[in-house]
Design a protein. Structure first.
Length: 148
């Protein structure tokens, strides 16, 4: 085989690998449990703002709207996200205090990436509320600290 054919095959393999990685990410996001049918449309419409607030300040909607199952669901997810975010921050602080100053850039990078993931999950939760969905957030759905 010529060098050009080898390069073309390698490029095709790389594209196949990247497609499968993209598909895996989409699958991980879409394969979370969806319990939207358990909530009434009236509850969803009436409490949409409080459900959105659940991903910003999760404790307030949880205690203000005690009767709304819709708000409780999303505020529970928001509280789990908040606790995981705090735990990651504490762990990263401990690691950065242990490492020498030469490796602090690495902990800063990892901490920033974790913050971006947490922010992305909060945005995904808000999008789910706006779409009337009650889907578990990916990644953190395995860590259920607070339960409904």
């Amino acid at each position: 085989m010529s060098e050009e054919e080898n390069k073309e095959r390698e490029e095709e393999k790389a594209q196949d690998t990247s497609k499968s990685a993209e598909e895996k990410i989409k699958e991980a996001i879409n394969n979370t449990e969806d319990t939207s049918d358990e909530y009434t449309q009236e509850d969803k419409d009436k409490n949409k703002v409080m459900a959105i607030l659940s991903y910003i300040l999760p404790f307030i909607p949880y205690f203000v709207e005690k009767e709304s199952k819709w708000v409780k669901y999303h505020s529970t997810q928001g509280m789990n996200l908040l606790v995981i975010s705090i735990a990651i921050s504490i762990i990263m602080s401990i690691i950065s205090s242990i490492l020498t100053w030469r490796l602090l850039w690495l902990t800063s990078l990892v901490s920033s990436l974790c913050s971006l993931v947490i922010f992305g999950l909060a945005v995904l939760g808000i999008v789910n509320v706006c779409n009337g969905k009650a889907k578990e957030l990916p990644i953190i759905n395995k860590f259920k600290i607070f339960k409904m």
